[in-house]
Ligand binder design. Structure first.
Ligand code: G3P
Ligand code: MG
Length: 252
């Protein structure tokens, strides 16, 4: 499995969450159509241990269901509509499995940031099952760069490191910890993924000195994106791939 990181300056956030329902195949296709070369999405487990794409622990914001994602089997989850809440043209969109998502991204040649977003109590299993699937799918596709794995959750990130040490990992934080290099080393991370709200020039400078790419989420204002990239940020996660491509596409 190769571990080369070839990061672009724009990464579609949750697919392309400002243009299509987040964490759906339609959203990933839309990101691709708008010119993204990488996408980020969130992975958690169903009650019957199938990795699927979803941000929230509860169903109500992004589907027509109610209750906890962790309590749903894959069949139950896939009977829900995950698109109509965003716009009637997306009616019928389903919660995608990680397997279908990886197949789509591989088919389109999209790079991926797989964010482990475990439901409470399911941290290790989410990492184990997700990483196993990635390893299986990559075993006969050695030429494709593998996904960047990240998580806010330290248990999930530890498990990811133990299971697939060769896969690149991103240290995903809201604010940059004072001892960020220690934290990166603890999880064997290659990138520092930080909130737009809390990133500062001094962080970018010290990361650059250490040769660590900084990735910033979530940036939907093209001027802000330009300023961050000028500061030395490597990539921004955006819900609006269209606006970013227009603003940055020709020069970066
Ligand atoms: O991985 C970057 C970003 O997706 C982290 O925040 O809440 O959108 O998953 P969130
Ligand atoms: Mg995310």
């Amino acid at each position: 499995m190769t571990s080369s990181l070839d990061l672009p300056s724009i990464i579609g956030h949750r697919g392309s969450a400002g243009l299509a329902p987040e964490n759906t195949l339609a959203g990933i296709r839309r990101a691709y159509e708008e010119g993204a070369t990488w996408v980020e999405f969130d992975v958690k487990l169903t009650s019957d241990d199938v990795p699927i794409l979803m941000h929230d622990d509860r169903l109500s914001r992004t589907t027509n269901g109610k209750g906890k994602v962790a309590a749903m089997t894959l069949n139950e989850l896939q009977s829900l509509d995950a698109g109509a809440w965003f716009g009637s043209e997306f009616t019928g969109e389903r919660v995608p499995t990680l397997h279908a998502t990886l197949e789509l991204c591989i088919g389109l040649g999209l790079g991926m940031n797989v964010e482990l977003k475990p439901c409470p109590g399911r941290e290790e299993e989410t990492a184990r099952i997700t990483l196993q699937m990635i390893a299986e799918m990559w075993s006969d596709r050695l030429s494709l760069p593998p996904p960047l794995i990240s998580s806010f959750d330290e248990k999930a990130l530890t498990a990811a490191y133990d299971i697939s040490p060769a896969l690149p990992r991103g240290c995903l934080v809201t604010r940059v910890p004072r001892v960020w290099q220690k934290k990166m080393a603890r999880f064997g991370c290659r990138t520092l993924n930080v909130s737009n709200r809390w990133i500062r020039k001094k962080h970018v400078e010290s990361a650059r000195e250490a040769g660590v790419p900084v990735l910033v989420y979530t940036v939907n204002d093209p001027d802000r994106a330009l300023a961050l990239l000028d500061m030395g940020v490597t990539a921004i996660f955006t819900d609006r791939v269209d606006l970013m491509r227009k603003a940055l596409g020709r020069t970066r």
